[in-house]
Design a protein around this ligand. Structure first.
Ligand code: NAD
Ligand code: DO4
Length: 526
């Protein structure tokens, strides 16, 4: 059984606290959970980054099969922790067991997906333009492959303590690319973080890798995160969390002597557009389904549907009545931390006291501390457009329904929105003439467009995009979930006229990795 000691894990070592400590807190009781956790400091950042830099050359040039085996070993290690992991995560986050078991499965599946991506080799993007010495202007032999960027700093998210944390999508995709990782642990689940970090540490050892491939820095301070991003040996950053936190890291990264990319996933209200025929034919059913999505995980999903745009009238009234009934009967839910609960309360109170907004339902009041009582509001389109604050994310189960008079208003509302992770269209066939012209507009605003579904519940797959224009992310060209996430940590290098014996294995004539290649413009099979 893996023990939680509160240590800082740097490479193969575990360092007890030498400076301050902090406590894990059970958000359901407010009680601290032992042990005390070491606050990592600047010397730990320095040591972790130095080791990561030393590990880079060997890890980044590892054969794909060996790196895939490492990812599989991390997955196996997390599975082997068993109930101790979900028990600790429940105590630290207040999330229910089935949710955490599902999230553990997703985390393990995500690591295995990246193992398969690494094995398949398309990420290398091997491209060969053979020499044309007889051409009027001779062409040299040109061979391109992708290489890893360098050590990556990962900031675990509070709301997915497994799938978006220590061994979450950022870490898995950085490892897959060949980048050592230094994780700044989220202070709301330090014990969960340490259990996973120790599983990674063991996988590094079992696979015979350089210990600097992974380090774990627990801590509460902004200084710790800032120092990590500022360290010159870090070459990219993965982050999921608040807009303020993400932007602070973007600024630090941009202000370095060598600026580096920050892939921050921050804030989204995930607009849903309800079309007239769908509202007429199944408004009541949709109202109840909306509340299920809204209240999933106490609304602490970045994909939470925080805005519904719908045509005013009796069908919308039926949708609202059904949603209000469902929300009115929905129990209060535990939130992740006192700070997140306080933020939620502040956001809901601001909407509740807004003169142009009407509250139509609240969820049931909770018994314990840090419980989210869902909230549903209605406003008219002109009021919504007049105050940008109404379109800011309220992290938790709060949503606003915006009434429009006609279809002409939708384009203006969409244009006024900030960038989003998702945009959802609820329509029947008879609505399609209204839907079609909006699809290009939504593609300009969001990373994923859904038809007749709900945005919560992200599939981890090859085609998934969990990204979008600012402030959904700080870089809309990519995704933090799914196979494409590996591209964030790669860069292309072209080798011109190198003799075969000096080429990296991926580019050699005999194709030792057996990967598909583009040769003289045409794809060849592996
Ligand atoms: N949209 C989302 O997916 C999402 C997810 C989680 C949290 N949030 C929002 O963020 C709020 C706070 O939650 P959180 O603690 O998870 O996010 P956070 O952004 O406050 O913290 C995330 C991580 O970044 C670090 N960090 C934050 N600000 C920093 C700074 N200025 N410099 C260096 N490091 C910094 C923190 O220590 C932590 O490790 C929530 O109430 C919610 O509003 C949004
Ligand atoms: O909170 C961000 C991720 C949301 C997600 O992964 C999901 O909806 O499944």
């Amino acid at each position: 059984m893996v023990e939680i000691t509160g240590a800082i894990l740097i490479g193969a070592d575990a360092h007890p606290a030498s400076g301050g400590t902090f406590d894990a807190v059970n958000p359901a009781t407010g009680e601290t959970i032992a042990p005390a956790f070491a606050e990592a400091g600047p010397a730990d950042v320095d040591a972790a980054c130095a080791l990561a830099a030393q590990a880079f050359d060997s890890f980044s040039e590892l054969a794909p099969e060996a790196r895939a085996q490492f990812l599989d070993a991390v997955a196996d290690g997390i599975a082997a922790i068993g109930d101790a992991l979900t028990d600790r995560a429940m105590a630290e986050t207040g999330l229910p067991r089935p949710r955490l078991e599902g999230e553990r499965g997703r985390t393990i599946g995500q690591l295995r997906l990246f193992a398969s991506v690494v094995r398949e080799g398309a990420w290398l993007d091997v491209t060969i333009d053979t020499a044309l010495p007889e051409r009027a202007i001779p062409r040299p032999d040109l061979r391109r492959r992708n290489v890893a960027l360098g050590p990556v700093a990962v900031f675990g998210a509070s709301n997915f303590p497994l799938a978006f944390s220590v061994a979450g999508g950022d870490t898995a995709s950085a490892f897959a690319a060949g980048c050592p990782v230094v994780v700044k642990g989220h202070p709301a689940h330090p014990g969960t973080g340490e259990l996973v970090a120790r599983a990674i540490q063991q996988a590094v050892k079992a696979c015979g890798l350089h210990p600097g491939v992974f380090s774990y820095l627990p801590g509460t301070t902004n200084e710790l995160g800032g120092a990590l991003v500022a360290d010159p040996r870090i070459k990219a950053v993965g982050f999921t969390g608040s807009r303020g936190g993400g932007l602070a890291l973007v600024r630090i990264a941009a202000g370095r002597e060598e600026p580096i990319p920050v892939y921050a996933e921050m804030s989204s209200i995930n607009p849903v557009i309800l079309f007239p025929e769908a509202a007429r034919s199944r408004g009541e059913t949709l109202g109840a389904a909306f509340i299920q999505s809204l209240t999933m995980g106490a609304g602490q999903f970045c994909t939470n549907p925080g805005l519904v745009i719908a045509f005013e009238g009796s069908d919308l009234d039926a949708f609202i009545a059904s949603a209000a009934t469902a929300l009115g009967a929905s129990p209060a839910q535990q939130m992740l931390s006192p700070a997140i609960h306080a933020n939620f309360r502040k956001g809901v109170d601001a909407l509740a006291s807004h003169s142009a907004v009407k509250m139509v339902a609240r969820g049931l009041v909770g018994e314990g501390v840090n419980q989210a009582q869902g909230a549903l509001f209605v406003a008219d389109a002109d009021a919504f457009e007049a105050d940008r604050a109404l379109s800011h994310e309220v992290f938790g189960s709060s949503s606003i329904i915006v009434r429009i008079k006609d279809a002409a208003e939708i384009a203006g509302l969409i244009a006024g929105l900030e960038g989003q992770l998702t945009a959802t269209l609820l329509f029947d066939e008879a609505d399609e003439a209204l839907v079609a012209p909006l699809i290009p507009l939504l593609a300009g605003k969001a990373g994923r467009i859904l038809a007749n579904g709900w945005p919560t519940g992200v599939e981890v797959s090859h085609a998934m995009v969990h990204g979008g224009p600012f402030p959904a992310t700080s870089d809309s060209r990519t995704t933090s979930v799914g196979a494409l996430a590996i591209d964030r940590f790669l860069r292309p290098v072209c080798y011109q006229n190198l003799p075969d014996r000096l080429l990296p294995d991926a580019l050699r004539q005999d194709n030792p990795y057996k990967v598909a290649r583009r040769v003289d413009g045409a794809m060849t099979k592996a």
